[in-house]
Ligand binder design. Structure first.
Ligand SMILES: Nc1ncnc2c1ncn2[C@@H]1O[C@H](COP(=O)(O)OP(=O)(O)OP(=O)(O)O)[C@@H](O)[C@H]1O
Ligand SMILES: [Mg+2]
Length: 242
């Protein structure tokens, strides 16, 4: 048995010996995460790096409650999630998590502003004037207030990704997860999206966990967690980060 991880003050996320296997009970059963211990506190900005197939997306999907561990426990804001039913998991996900994917998944029929409002509309239907004000404020924050009425197809890839970030933040989540959000972007645009993560992290104090393949973008984050073959092989503060 491993030692239980020590709880830190302001913990948003904690994983205790989290394992994930796919195709359980079949000849194809494979375990891809082999006992992950991890914690993330309010205001931390951490990069998650590792080779293709090391389990980064699998881990992010578990943390985002899009999938469930095979064993171990995952706490969000101190709340254990293993035994929660679907309804409780959905509620907790909506309260705690903002998720940004590699592909922005904006809805092309809706305007930029409506896309940002979507999580609030899913939560409580027609947006209030306060909701609209909040969404417009976030669009301003990501430098896109002039594009509120455009459709996602009318703006660039970097702008689409910034809309997706504004959408992930509209519920004011204490934890922002981003899975290779800059994987599709050129270097300069990727840099500006990361700038935005740094600014959001400093301004709103939300914890950010971001997957990247770019060592320079990772080195600029305060902490880098490295995954290899489903294990955390290093978890270090970056002396060169801002
Ligand atoms: N639904 C699934 N069923 C079976 N195996 C899966 C499933 N999802 C992921 N895997 C396997 O788990 C391993 C980890 O995959 P994962 O997508 O988490 O890697 P990753 O680190 O995100 O890679 P990349 O950098 O290429 O995105 C891989 O071997 C993958 O084939
Ligand atoms: Mg991945």
């Amino acid at each position: 048995m491993s030692e239980p991880t020590i709880k830190r003050a302001g913990e948003v996320l904690r994983l205790d010996q989290v394992r994930k296997a796919f195709n359980v009970g079949t000849p194809l059963e494979t375990e891809v995460l082999h006992g992950i211990d991890l914690s993330l506190c309010r205001g931390e900005l951490a990069a998650l790096i590792g080779p293709s197939g090391s389990g980064k997306s699998t881990l992010l999907n578990l943390i985002g409650l899009l999938d469930a561990p095979s064993s171990g426990e995952l706490y969000l804001l101190g709340q254990a999630t293993r035994d929660s039913d679907d309804e409780a998991r959905t509620r907790l996900r909506n309260q705690v998590i903002g998720f940004v994917f590699q592909f922005h998944h904006l809805i092309s029929a809706f305007s930029v502003l409506e896309n940002v409002l979507m999580p609030l509309m899913i939560r409580h239907g027609k947006p209030s004037s306060a909701d609209i004000e909040l969404a417009r404020g976030l669009l301003d924050e990501v430098g896109l207030s002039a594009f509120a009425d455009k459709k996602p197809t009318q703006i660039s890839g970097g702008q689409q990704q910034r809309v997706a970030i504004a959408r992930a933040l509209v519920t004011r989540p204490p934890l922002l997860l981003a899975d290779e959000p800059t994987g599709n972007l050129d270097t300069r645009t990727a840099q500006s999206v990361f700038e935005l993560f740094h600014r959001i992290n400093a301004q709103f104090g939300c914890a950010v966990l971001v997957v990247t393949h770019d060592p320079r973008l990772a080195a600029d984050c305060a902490r880098t967690i490295q995954l290899v073959d489903g294990l955390v092989v290093s978890d270090e503060a970056n002396p060169s980060s801002r």
